[in-house]
Design a protein around this ligand. Sequence first.
Ligand code: LMR
Length: 354
Amino acid sequence: MPNIGRLRTQAPVHRIDGHKGIMSRLLAISVVLLSIILLAACSESTENKPIVIKFPHVTAKGTPKGQGAEKLRMLVEERLAGKVIVEVYPSSQLMNSDDSLEALAFGEIQMIAVSLSKFDRLTRKFMVFDLPFLFRDLKEVEAFQNSPTGQNLMSVIADKGFLGLAYWHNGMKQFGGPVPILRPEDGDGLKFRIMESDVLEAQIIAMGGNPQKMAFGEVYQALQTGAIDAQENTWSNNFSQKFFEVQDYFTESNHGYLGYLLAVNPSFWNGLPDDIRTELERIIAEVSAEVNANAWAVNQQAKQKIIDAGTSEILQLSAQDVATWRTVMKPVWDKFAPEIGSEIMAATPAGHSN
Ligand code: LMR
């Protein structure tokens, strides 16, 4: 009896429990199913979400770098549609070059094309590109960059968070100033804006000038207000930054090289799916070849526009002037060559002429 009673009393309870059990099991199953569906939807949407490559830079759209960045953006849009988006921010609108070095290392942006001159805190080897009158023209620079030494140089700062994928030319630099700068001593007492580079600092000191390291985006105003007197840059930068409005003279000195390391953060790059990285590498090779092939002409067109503006006089160096410059700049080479290293120096025109 007690058993029956227990059964009796237990029976309805059991029924109720059973009903509740089915309900709660159904509920649990629905929750699990719903979670699976949601998870699948989420992972699908993450998978479908394009990889964003933020690419800020400091020059105008019409410069070699501006054109290269835009071409890269377009080819990625065409060939990796829905998978990768390149967001280009030209003209220092997102950040200056120094800040972009830091932002790349921290993974806040994914691609940069910063002047080789601005890497000297990360490697002393890149100082080779700044040595005055070392490379006579872009062809000589290219021969060095394409040599095994030049190619190895692109990855020397990978362990510091910068993997070089390509060199992009801007062009050869020209001096601009309030007076004609034909010989080194013409720079005596002038305040020159320079990029963040110890070699460029030594170059201006060798001229008797006063070097001021300054961000690119600040140069026009500094020239306009007289905070600086003179500067050095390529024709395309002199034109697109309107330096010709505030510089009475330019010397076609071709005294130094301005080029960029197109670089990515190695952990970002190596974390990309293989097929995407391979396609990006193909696009970068194509764009880099085009940038470098067009750079000279882009600069010549900019020079012509400065001539057409008629606001500044353009001067040429004689062979004798060049010889004087080379003699005055030799101590700058001697000062930095040991840090750059003999293997690198040997692959430059200085090494070939020895
Ligand atoms: C400069 O600061 O003068 C250049 O690095 C600007 C540029 O990126 O061409």
